[in-house]
Design a binder for this molecule. Structure first.
Ligand code: AMP
Length: 150
C-alpha cells in the first residue's frame, strides 16, 4: 500500500475531531429548557449530554424535547422546567476513542451525523462530525489525484 493510502487509514480520530472546547453540550442534570436554549443558540439540532465528571451519557435533540412536552391538550411548557435532560435523552449512542483510527468512525458515520469522542479514561474530548470525515476523504482523493477524473 502506498504512503498516501496508508495516510487515511492511519489518521486518528483526534487528528480531525472538533475539540471539546468548541462543542456545544449540556449536563444530564439540567432541565429541558436549558437544552432547548443551548440547541437554539448554537443552531445545532442535536448535541452531546455529559455528567459532572465529563463522561458522555447521551445525545439530546429538539425532537425528543418536543415529544416530552407534548400532550393531548397541546404543549405543556411547565415540563420544560420540571423534566431533566437525562429522563429524555437518547442513551444508545456510538462512541469512538480519540486514539482510534478512522476505520470504525467511517462506518458509524453512515447512520450518525456526529460521534462522541472519549479519551482512554472515558472522558469526553470532542466530537467527530460527518463534515470532518468527508473533509478527510476529500483530502485523500486529492492526494491520490482522483479528483482529476471527475
Ligand atoms: P456537520 O457534519 O458539521 O454538519 O455536523 C453534524 C452534526 O454534529 C450537527 O448537526 C450537530 O448535531 C453536531 N455538531 C457539529 N458541530 C457541533 C458543535 N460545535 N457543537 C455541538 N454539536 C455539533
Amino acid at each position: 500500500m502506498t504512503d498516501q493510502r496508508r495516510y487515511l487509514l492511519e489518521t486518528n480520530v483526534e487528528d480531525i475531531m472538533v475539540p471539546a472546547n468548541k462543542v456545544a453540550f449540556v449536563n444530564e442534570e439540567n432541565a429541558l429548557e436549558h437544552a432547548l436554549l443551548i440547541l437554539t443558540q448554537s443552531g445545532y439540532s442535536a448535541i452531546p449530554v455529559l455528567d459532572h465528571a465529563s463522561h458522555v451519557k447521551g445525545i439530546i435533540n429538539t425532537t425528543l424535547i418536543v415529544k416530552a412536552i407534548i400532550g393531548i391538550n397541546g404543549y405543556d411548557t411547565q415540563k420544560l422546567g420540571e423534566t431533566r435532560i437525562r429522563e429524555v435523552m437518547m442513551t444508545d449512542i456510538p462512541r469512538v476513542n480519540a486514539a482510534q483510527t478512522l476505520r470504525r468512525a467511517f462506518e458509524l458515520s453512515i447512520n450518525w451525523p456526529f460521534l462522541c469522542v472519549e479519551d482512554v479514561n472515558g472522558k469526553f474530548v470532542g466530537i467527530l462530525t460527518r463534515k470532518n470525515i468527508l473533509a478527510a476523504l476529500y483530502q485523500f482523493t486529492r492526494q491520490l489525484g482522483l479528483h482529476e477524473y471527475t
